[in-house]
Design a protein around this ligand. Structure first.
Ligand SMILES: [Zn+2]
Length: 164
């Protein structure tokens, strides 16, 4: 009796070939799924408060680097009261698209930790109320602040802080 018939052998070889092919194909995807962390730029953050210098408020949340609008990374501190920091902007390969539910960043201020929208609104109001702000700046940032929707509680907190 012929156990290994020709047909069986051919099928066996094909199966082995397909298994090897599949294994080889898998390899590159495994590599790209790994944590390829690259720093692609820097993002400027600052402490939002009534005392924050105007330059720092204006530069806050700006992204610097080759792939961004602002190519040149600023040198810090802006002045003696500057509390700005440059945070690395990280690109994590494919992980960037997979982790949709990323934790929202927290912005520190003299009215507590704020979420992105509230922090932006507060920054605009701080710029408008800054003693060094020009008419032009005030107008621009008043318009920007108007289109941001924040809760009445946040608005109240800001008004109270600024009147202190
Ligand atoms: Zn600064």
């Amino acid at each position: 009796m012929e156990i290994f018939s020709q047909k069986f052998l051919i099928i066996f070889v094909i199966i082995i070939f397909l298994v090897i092919l599949k294994a080889r194909r898998k390899k590159p995807t495994n590599i790209s799924e790994g944590r390829h962390i690259t720093v692609i730029g820097k993002c400027l953050t600052t402490y939002l408060s009534k005392e924050t210098p105007l330059i720092c408020l204006l530069e806050e949340d700006k992204k610097f680097g080759e792939d961004f609008l602002y190519k040149e990374i600023p040198s810090l501190p802006h002045n003696e009261t500057c509390k700005c920091l440059l945070k690395p902007i990280i690109h994590q390969g494919e992980d960037l698209f997979k982790k949709k539910e990323k934790q929202e960043p927290v912005y520190s201020s003299d009215i507590g930790d704020l979420k992105r929208t509230d922090a932006r609104y507060y920054k605009y109001i701080l710029i408008c109320n800054h003693p060094e702000a020009t008419e032009e700046l005030i107008q621009k940032y008043e318009e920007l602040a108007e289109v941001i929707s924040v809760t009445p509680e946040i608005k109240k907190e800001i008004v109270e802080k600024l009147s202190q």
